[in-house]
Design a protein around this ligand. Structure first.
Ligand code: GLY
Length: 375
């Protein structure tokens, strides 16, 4: 069975998606959309962790349509992202998200040598965040009076492809070695046997000793933040792609089974899988979209019979998102309704968010047979 589902609902959903991205390119232009309120995306600064998703969407659709407006807009955004590379104190580990979907995508698609250089500089910044004694990549700079020098987060699994790419690009294993050290740490310290994951784990930054986990964007330290589970699922699958180490694919599958088996019937999880009461709780459609793209990554690495489960689960999720959560009939720039950013901080709750849109489009792209080129 092929992943390719041309001629089906997938093509129709992709056409709707591509049309909206083309419309948004004219409306949004070279800004960095983040969350949509009253139908219109607000903007984040170029050093925000989410700044790569809009150029990523533009490149994804450009690959298929060749629409020059999309390419020009993505190139303007890439140049603005390149300027952040000197603002070291404003940056964080999410340079992986930012530069994989902008600079690396641009280099891979149109061969731009400056974009390649930006990607490699970002990989160096990411590698520079590695804590040797704790084997973790430090997530964030300090803020709100908190010392983050010993904090690592599960989301970082999605930043590792920038390191793997850099190693392949320049033929030097250092970046890959750091990525694998972090992935093995995450396997040990973040992943629980049932396939769920902690969001934040704190280490003594001097000795590297684990101090404990905290809730972060999840409901509680020992709960299962839906998007964090999706980051683990997709992130470990990507580490497998670059290293062929079965332990990473096994971890991705554990997270996948946890995620899929706990989905409500409409396939959109509440923002945490272990909420004591879901009444009045918002969904997080972005988690579903990320998981779908990750399930397709797992399927690509499985033998045919095994891969069918992951491929079918991904297709079921994307179809449900398209039918029940797609913002098709509305005056709305977002693609996917009902994503939740950070519930406990009341930040971007139950609204379209750019990363939900990106992964929804990526999953559709992969369902149509496209290879995920940017990670
Ligand atoms: N990486 C931040 C988030 O998933 O919200």
């Amino acid at each position: 069975m092929s992943v390719h589902e041309t001629g089906s609902w997938v093509d129709a959903a992709w056409e709707r998606t591509a049309a909206k991205i083309a419309r948004n390119a004219a409306e949004i232009g070279a800004h960095f959309p983040h969350a949509s309120f009253n139908g219109v995306y607000n903007s984040c600064p170029p050093h925000d962790w989410g700044a790569g998703f809009w150029p990523g969407l533009l490149w994804l659709v450009y690959r298929e349509t060749g629409d020059e407006l999309l390419r020009q807009t993505a190139e303007q955004l890439e140049a603005r992202l390149g300027e952040t590379l000197t603002a070291y104190d404003e940056l964080h580990h999410d340079v992986g998200f930012m530069f994989s979907l902008s600079s690396v995508a641009q280099y891979k698609l149109v061969g731009d040598p400056v974009a390649k250089r930006h990607g490699l500089m970002a990989a160096n910044l990411l590698a520079g965040r590695f804590n040797v004694n704790g084997s973790f990549i430090r997530a964030w700079p300090d803020w709100d009076g908190e010392d983050h020098s010993g904090w690592a987060i599960i989301d970082c699994m999605m930043n590792l492809p920038l390191l793997y790419w850099a190693s392949e690009e320049i033929g030097d294993p250092r970046y890959k070695q750091i990525a694998m050290r972090h992935a093995d740490m995450a396997l040990r310290e973040f992943m629980r046997p049932d396939g769920s994951a902690y969001h934040i784990v704190c280490f003594d930054p001097e000795t590297g000793a684990r101090q404990g986990a905290i809730a972060g964007q999840g409901y509680a330290a020992d709960s299962a933040w839906a998007r964090g589970t999706a980051w683990a699922l997709y992130g470990f699958a990507l580490s497998y792609r670059y290293t062929a180490q079965e332990r990473y694919l096994d971890a991705a599958k554990r997270a996948a089974h946890y995620f899929v088996s706990r989905l409500p019937s409409d396939k959109a999880p509440y923002w945490d899988f272990l909420l004591p009461d879901t009444a009045d709780m918002p969904r997080d459609t972005s988690a579903a979209a990320i998981a779908a793209a990750g399930l397709l990554e797992i399927a690509a690495h499985c033998i045919e019979t095994d891969g069918g489960f992951y491929r079918t689960a991904a297709a079921d999720i994307v179809r449900a998102l398209d039918e029940k959560y797609g913002a098709w009939a509305l005056a709305e720039q977002g693609l996917l309704l009902h994503a939740t950013g950070y519930y406990a901080k009341d930040s971007n709750v139950d609204v379209p968010i750019i990363y939900g849109d990106y992964f929804f489009a990526e999953a559709l792209f992969k369902l149509r047979g496209g290879a995920a080129l940017f990670w």
